[in-house]
Design a protein around this ligand. Structure first.
Ligand code: SF4
Length: 341
């Protein structure tokens, strides 16, 4: 048995309609917002109709640690630090098409004592023996076809000491999946199908959509059937937003300098000083002289949202633009709200 919650507990209901009888360790960390998503390649030999990978990433051999583009292992390390990660989810594309990269990241994770789980659409077979340090593996049969091909690999993964199971979107009920997990003491994770720019047209042809996911009613009809799996976990789309993502933001926000104001949603509020490079250097001088903490980016400076009036005036008199900004604490600094001051 893996490190997740023990088999056999009755159904536990958690946030936003999610529930489980067994929660794999990777999901437990994800719920805490402590899981870093490591996208190791956009290359994949399948073309699932519901594939959520963006058009910019699919088919391209690119690496991202959460929102951060990765050029070297150091970038991954920085992202781990930024969110105080306790675990890594290796995903793609198809990660096992780039197994050497996966091995490199596994080494880093083990050095830092992080839990690692990996998603794959391949019945990995003997490749599993190369994944030293992997704690948990989740098999995804594309469009739920031929799940029996994965049974041998589930057995082998468990023999190698990994926790193992299926992770599937709730597109339909596939009896064989339940039989395989129950036969092998494996887990089953079922996800509500989410709609993104890249997949919504194809999903809308066959399912009814509410907001950005397949409706709860339609999903529940399918998920109910899967509850026959002994080690069962259902993860709703809203759960990902209100629990997992929000908690990750809070962890990241808390690792920023104290002058940022942190909201209950884990976003940051600050004053953003904008201008060309020369003016930004003048702004740095002004803030330094005033003893004001700040962070310099290539395109702007960020400092406290409660900047004194005389400092604001001094900056403006140098032709700099000042705005109060609410943004994500993520690498891409996605802005949610802006107000000129
Ligand atoms: S296996 Fe995954 S990455 Fe590949 S096409 Fe299907 S959903 Fe997309």
């Amino acid at each position: 048995m893996g490190k997740g919650e023990d088999k056999g507990c009755s159904m536990r209901r958690i946030e936003a309609g999610s529930r489980y009888t067994y929660l794999p360790e990777g999901c437990r960390l994800c719920r805490k917002g402590a899981k870093l998503v490591l996208f190791v390649t956009g290359i994949c030999n399948n073309s699932c109709f519901y594939c959520p990978v963006s058009k910019e990433k699919i088919g391209r051999d690119v690496v991202f640690a959460n929102e951060r583009p990765v050029k070297s292992v150091e970038d991954v390390f920085e992202e781990i630090e930024m969110m105080d990660a306790e675990g890594i989810a290796i995903t793609g594309g198809e990660p096992l098409l780039k197994i050497e990269k996966v091995r490199e990241y596994l080494k880093l994770a083990k050095k830092l004592d992080l839990h690692v789980h990996l998603y794959t659409s391949l019945p990995a077979g003997e490749k599993l023996k190369k994944l030293e340090g992997l704690d948990e593996i989740r098999f995804h049969p594309p469009e739920l076809k031929s799940p029996e091909k994965y049974e041998e690999s589930i057995r082998l993964a468990k023999k190698l000491g990994m926790d193992a199971g299926f992770e599937i979107p709730a597109i339909r009920f596939e009896e064989k999946i339940v039989e395989i997990v129950n036969r092998n003491d494996a887990f089953l994770n079922v996800n509500q199908l989410e709609v993104s720019e890249s997949n919504w047209e194809r999903i809308a042809e066959s399912y009814s959509i509410t907001d950005y996911y397949v409706s709860d009613e339609e999903t529940e009809r399918i998920v109910k059937e899967y509850e026959r799996a002994e080690k069962f976990h259902y993860c709703s789309a809203r759960f990902k937003d209100i629990a997992q993502f929000r908690r990750r933001l809070i962890r990241m926000a808390m690792n920023h300098p104290e002058f940022y104001a942190v909201t209950r949603d884990g976003t940051l509020v600050c004053t953003r000083v904008e201008g060309d490079a020369e003016r930004l250097s003048i702004a740095e001088e002004i803030l330094r002289k005033a003893g004001q903490e700040f962070v310099r980016f290539e395109d702007c400076i960020e400092t406290t949202p409660e900047l004194e009036k005389k400092i604001r005036e001094a900056l403006k008199s140098e032709g700099l633009r000042l705005r109060i900004v609410e943004r994500y604490p993520t690498y891409n600094r996605l802005v949610l709200e802006v107000m000129d001051i």
